[in-house]
Write a protein that binds this ligand. Structure first.
Ligand code: UDP
Length: 166
């Protein structure tokens, strides 16, 4: 399952409900998608999820609570550097500690799985630059890394790839 949290309407929500792209939704909306490339990741409801046994009602509640916490944390962090968090995708896993199980964030949160718009210009600083063939992908990712202080003002992004943290 993929959980998507949206604070602003982007393409699918705007098209499906005929609201303008970029409109703020009344409150954060969480949607679930069945992760299956052959089926084009269809949206599913809590009914589908529980009926097919992919997650229990309690696990769905935990995923939603986690998505809201992640959103609170990330939207604040990004507002501080002049970026609006439009939406993001999150995948969860079950972490067992003895008999106890916790739902945890199980994948990366990165410009590939979030929508980030510059607050002033609304410029896209995320994977949509690639998806919509807009160019300037590396520049946008570098700009985000710079604003977050991950790389220095005059430093260039390296393409060394991620390092394993033990
Ligand atoms: N997303 C993702 N992987 C996917 C599908 C979506 O990381 O397989 C992210 C995407 O980057 C965006 C959010 O989930 O931040 C919502 O994307 P979606 O394609 O559902 O939005 P749409 O453009 O259809 O409104």
């Amino acid at each position: 399952l993929e959980a998507v949290l949206r604070d602003l309407a982007s393409v699918s929500l705007a098209t499906r409900l005929r609201i303008e792209e970029g409109t703020q939704v009344p409150r954060s909306i969480i949607e679930f998608y069945y992760k299956n490339d052959a089926l084009n990741d269809p949206m599913v409801s809590e009914e589908h999820i529980t009926a097919f046994g992919w997650a229990t009602p309690q696990e769905i509640d935990d995923i939603m609570a986690l998505a809201i916490r992640v959103n609170d944390f990330l939207s604040g962090l990004f507002l501080g550097v002049g970026i609006r968090l439009v939406d993001f995708k999150m995948e969860c896993g079950r972490l067992w500690e003895g008999e106890m199980m916790r739902i945890v964030v199980a994948d990366e949160i990165s410009p590939d799985s979030c929508r980030w718009w510059d607050i002033k210009s609304n410029d896209k600083l995320d994977k949509d630059r690639f998806r919509r063939d807009m160019g300037g992908l590396v520049e946008a990712y570098t700009e985000v890394a710079r604003r977050l202080g991950i790389i220095g003002e005059n430093e260039r992004a390296t393409h060394a790839g991620p390092k394993l943290v033990q």
